[in-house]
Write a protein of this length. Structure first.
Length: 241
């Protein structure tokens, strides 16, 4: 159990690795959990490259607090990064998926303190409703019955009310990440966020940056193959060692 700077308890798990020195923080998507089978498979593959710290964002699973859907969650990632340093990781990378990708980019740009960041299937901007899945997500966030359904069906507790102020969007935070290496991964079959989001993130970022457009890849953790995760692990290792 970790604790954020604003006092929220964060449920987390550490998967050790024979490759000492590198810590990889895995940040799941909205309504996800480190306990989900897809996220656990990702952690297992990445443990071939470094120790993995996976956690539940605030308002998700066994973590405390309520989800702010990408705003205060940067403090959750920061707690995991601090823990990686405490247990002896000299280099720390963050790999985020969907909402977790937006938070990873915002954390890297606004708080820093990491050595590499990977955004997988992440949005570039807020309030996007251009796809049916994202309209369903907004229904869950904005309506009382939607928040009730998310709490009952997905164990996700969503804070009521609008952001005030509106957080820095990912494409603007991306400009602040340099000189930390940034990898943007996006599928051309993503049903949530079309490729324009990946291109907007990439355009907003400064070097060093890399963009992978994956043919046939859908969205986030559930569509990520072991081969793709291994490539991400190799990219992290190549850039940090």
């Amino acid at each position: 159990m970790l604790r954020t700077e604003d006092g929220v308890r964060i449920d987390a798990a550490h998967t050790p690795s024979t490759h000492s020195g590198l810590g990889i923080v895995v940040a799941h998507g909205f309504t996800g959990s480190w306990r989900d089978p897809a996220t656990r498979r990702i952690a297992h593959v990445l443990s071939g490259y470094g120790g993995v710290i996976a956690f539940d964002f605030r308002g998700h699973g066994r973590s405390g607090g309520e989800s702010t859907v990408g705003d205060k969650e940067i403090l959750d990632i920061d707690a995991a990064v601090r823990h990686a340093r405490v247990i002896g990781c000299s280099k720390v990378a963050v790999v985020g998926f969907s909402m977790g990708a937006a938070v990873a980019v915002r954390h890297a740009g606004l708080l820093g303190g990491i050595d590499a960041v990977v955004s997988v299937s992440g949005p570039a901007r807020w309030h996007y409703r251009g796809t049916k899945p994202m309209r369903q997500v907004h229904w869950a966030i904005e309506r009382p019955i939607g928040r009730w359904a998310a709490r009952v069906a997905k164990r996700t507790r969503i804070a009521r009310g609008e952001w005030d102020p509106i957080p820095v969007p990912p494409h603007e935070a991306a400009a602040l990440i340099s000189p930390t290496p940034l990898l943007i991964v996006h599928g051309d079959a993503d049903a949530f966020f079309p490729l324009e989001h990946a291109h907007q993130l990439y355009a907003g970022a400064r070097e060093p940056k890399k963009l992978w457009i994956e043919r046939g890849y859908g969205h986030a953790e559930s569509a990520a193959t072991p081969e793709l995760i291994r490539r991400i692990g190799k990219w992290i290792s190549t850039n940090l060692f």
